[in-house]
Design a protein around this ligand. Sequence first.
Ligand code: AMP
Length: 448
Amino acid sequence: MAAGEEEGQAAEPEAAVEEPRSFKDLGVTDVLCEACDQLGWKVPTKIQVEAIPVALQGRDIIGLAETGSGKTGAFALPILQALLETPQRLFALVLTPTRELAFQISEQFEALGSSIGVHTTVIVGGIDTMSQSLALAKKPHVIIATPGRLVDHLENTKGFNLRALKFLVMDEADRILNMDFETEVDKILKVIPRDRKTFLFSATMTKKVQKLQRAALKNPVKCAVSSKYQTVEKLQQYYIFIPSKFKDSYLVYILNELAGNSFMIFCSTCNNTQRTALLLRNLGFTAIPLHGQMSQNKRLGALNKFKAKARSILLATDVASRGLDIPHVDVVINFDIPTHSKDYIHRVGRTARAGRSGKSITFVTQYDVELFQRIEHLIGKKLPAFPMQEEEVMMLTERVAEAQRFARMELREQGEKKRSRNDDDDTEEAIGVRNKVAGGKKKKRKAF
Ligand code: AMP
């Protein structure tokens, strides 16, 4: 536990903190300890050791934890325990920046809370509002929501309000702000009770989050398991410095070199994600895209296919960089370098999870040098170059050029089909095109 601690908070003896502890030692009630046991959670993770006792004392929390640290459990267990003590509908609200993360959090709440009959509902965009209104009418105990759609319901769904709410969690809170959710979050804060507990969790802390603390938190305790931005030790991080026009060939070379692994490849736009997925498929790779211009069903479908290992390459925008728990990612490739250095931490955090090892390779072109230097500065180390045989890359260029031509054609055809159908149903192959078609027309939150 770090700064932000106030008087009245019993100081923990150093030695006790070092000892391995059970959930029971942290004050978790028997029925929830059993639920942890059934999930195979034998001992609490560091952030759970830090946060759970404080949360059980009724304090607000700012949790700063690495990705994959078990932070969902750190806020879910105290909420479930409080719910057991004073059962009530519409008890807790968890705000997350992405839809996938909302489903993932809901799964953990349900797994931990199934034996005590906890009812949760996910409220996110891309899903029909009618069925959501019906689910809200049943008054779940816990709502996990993206802010925009929740505000829609607060404004338009008759009989739905959060006036009795006891817990508010903001997960990946800095992202909620970066994504222009600030207005929505302000609206939500206005209609929920001031007398509530607030947990704010984030792997990276921005100044904006500090701004948010003032608005939403009361006398919070800061729980940090890493004080600066770190990447885990078992992650081998590399870069390659290459001419921009040969990016595709280098990508194919690396995928061949590291064949047999599962890859997450990050691109900067929906359109480039789609294009690169088509390109790789034309070259025989089992690649699948995931980005904000796909329908929600297709997004979950893509994620599940990758999780089930039916696809070995997931190409994604930063929609997938945060919080997603996919145990088997071996290699993260930053095909387009992240413009915000902190996104680097989140992206590479998709591999080397839970004690496994992993690799990350960041593509640096002549245009990206400054951004790359900022990343090195943030993580506090110089990265080695990934070893490559340039001549072998150059031997690939002809085949890659042909696949690029096909990919461009397919993109164009899919775009035309979409326009003529004016249809919202994506095919797995053809997703990003709508982005192009709609580009510039709608003025809305940046999809990524
Ligand atoms: P999170 O950081 O909340 O996304 O959690 C990452 C993964 O760690 C999830 O798959 C959790 O089920 C798992 N997990 C959380 N707490 C524990 C624990 N105490 N022991 C083992 N696994 C855990």
